[in-house]
Structure formats: C-alpha cells, structure tokens
Design a protein around this ligand. Structure first.
Ligand SMILES: [Zn+2]
Length: 77
C-alpha cells in the first residue's frame, strides 16, 4: 500500500476520535447543566401573579408565595 494511504487513514482516524471526544464532553456537560436546572422548583402564585423558584426536593405540600403568603403548587410542564 502507498505510504500516503496510511497517513490518510491515521489522519482521518485521529480527527474522528477528536470529534467523538469533544462531542462526548459536551454531552456530559449538557446533562450536568440540565440536572442543576431540574432541581429548581418553579412556582407561580395564582393570587398575586408572582413567579418564584426554590431548591427543595419535596414540594408535594406546596410552597408559600414570598409576596403574599398564598400556598401555591408546583408548575408542571
Ligand atoms: Zn402571591
């Protein structure tokens, strides 16, 4: 085989590996950012219209509005 062919194979091979590595890195980073955002619970007050969010795991009993104190339930998308 011509030596240039081997060079071409190695060159494209390393380029593909690099792309795969970058892609994998961004995929992981994206997931981490998404996890951080998902932990925030968003509430919308039906009484005064205030939009607020908290960092809490269990919100099944709702969360009080910081403006008027009305107990609101979590927004679900
Ligand atoms: Zn309110």
């Amino acid at each position: 085989m011509h030596p240039f062919t081997w060079f071409l194979i190695l060159y494209t091979g390393s380029a593909l590996l690099l792309i795969a590595g970058v892609w994998f890195y961004y995929e992981k980073r994206e997931k981490r950012v998404f996890d951080i955002r998902r932990k925030r619970r968003i509430f919308h007050c039906v009484k005064c219209g205030e939009l607020y969010s908290i960092r809490k795991k269990d919100v099944s009993d709702g969360q009080q509005c910081p403006k008027c104190g009305y107990n609101n339930f979590e927004l679900s998308f």
